[in-house]
Design a protein around this ligand. Structure first.
Ligand SMILES: NC(=O)c1ccc[n+]([C@@H]2O[C@H](COP(=O)([O-])OP(=O)(O)OC[C@H]3O[C@@H](n4cnc5c(N)ncnc54)[C@H](O)[C@@H]3O)[C@@H](O)[C@H]2O)c1
Length: 300
């Protein structure tokens, strides 16, 4: 897809991190930007910053897990600009809390934002894009969408985003509809993702606490994210993918081998093996020893 001044890009989770960088990148190309985020202060600051590119903006507070709010976003965008050319279903959260013993609300929140948010975004904008001549949909998954091992609810939501994106791609291809699809699968990116619970919805009750075992892993994940790729570099790769009609966006190809090794084990019928080495992280055996100590158990 060729970018032209006056085209319109919608970005969810535009208040921070990758979403904010996507908004900047599309604005630099002259596109008008529809910014959606659940966090009002971040949304306001982002809208001011994007306006400085000299493009038109529309800001909406939206919880992407709620279909009616995403539909209202689509209606507002179309009413204001008449057309939407690019939709980035990017808003996402990472969980705290034990997935098996902790509250079920963790699963509901993560699946609500990461999975349902993407489904709602596609369903709200796709009919308009098809009827108005086409466009491009970018779904933010994660490398956690290609192999599990980060946090169970997060992995499940991101596997689902990869599956939804491929399903959408096949549907568009087989029907010959002019809507491109890209699936963004980053590794570590320097954003606010580890502090996702700043947007924990009050209606879901108490915020799940971080358990001591997860705290050990979180310490290292936070370091990896703080030293991770800048969101601007990720956003530039997304723009290249939209321009070139490329489905996969892998900002961190060094993670891919872990997914490939997993599929070799699947082919051979070998039981799952957690990777010993993940880019940016200490060896797994070292982390396991620290986790055993956090549980007050002797080293294995
Ligand atoms: N940072 C990483 O290392 C990394 C790696 C892989 C994938 N991702 C994915 O990138 C996407 C963007 O996250 P980020 O890393 O920029 O984190 P971030 O926390 O900096 O940005 C996420 C944005 O989403 C917004 N948001 C949260 N819940 C929302 C909701 N219910 N409705 C609307 N907006 C909501 C937040 O307010 C925030 O502005 C997410 O889907 C995340 O899973 C991030």
């Amino acid at each position: 897809m060729l970018f032209e001044r006056g085209q319109v890009a919608v970005v969810t989770g535009a208040g921070s991190g990758i979403g904010l960088a996507l908004a900047h990148a599309f604005a630099r190309e002259g596109l008008s930007i529809v910014l959606a985020d659940v966090q009002v202060d971040a949304l306001a600051a982002a809208t001011t910053a994007i306006g400085e590119h000299g493009v038109q903006t529309l800001a909406r507070q939206v919880d992407v897990s709620k279909s009616e709010q995403v539909e209202a976003l689509a209606a507002a965008a179309i009413e204001r600009f008449g057309r939407v050319h690019v939709v980035c279903n990017n808003a996402g959260v990472s969980p705290n809390g034990d997935p098996w013993m902790g509250p079920i609300s963790t699963w509901e929140w993560v699946m609500g934002v990461n999975f349902w948010g993407v489904v709602h975004g596609i369903r709200a904008f796709l009919p308009h894009m098809v009827m108005s001549g086409g466009g491009h949909i970018v779904n933010t998954a994660s490398i956690a969408g290609l192999y599990p091992g980060f946090a169970a609810s997060y992995d499940a939501s991101k596997h689902a985003v990869v599956a939804v994106s491929e399903g959408l791609y096949h549907s568009m291809q087989s029907a010959g509809l002019p809507v491109g699809v890209s699936c963004l699968c980053p590794g570590w990116v320097r954003t606010g993702i580890l502090d996702s619970d700043r947007n924990w919805p009050a209606e879901m009750g108490e915020r799940p606490p971080v358990d001591p075992v997860s705290e050990v892993a979180m310490k290292y994940v936070r370091r990896a994210i703080d030293e991770g790729m800048t969101p601007g570099v990720v956003a530039d790769l997304v723009l290249d993918a939209v321009r070139d009609q490329k489905f996969w966006v892998f900002p961190h190809p060094d993670f891919l081998q872990i997914a490939i090794d997993r599929f070799h084990r699947i082919e051979e019928g070998v039981n799952p093996v957690a990777p010993e080495d993940t880019p940016g992280m200490p060896p797994r055996s070292q982390m396991m020893a620290e986790m055993m100590a956090a549980m007050g158990m002797p080293p294995a």
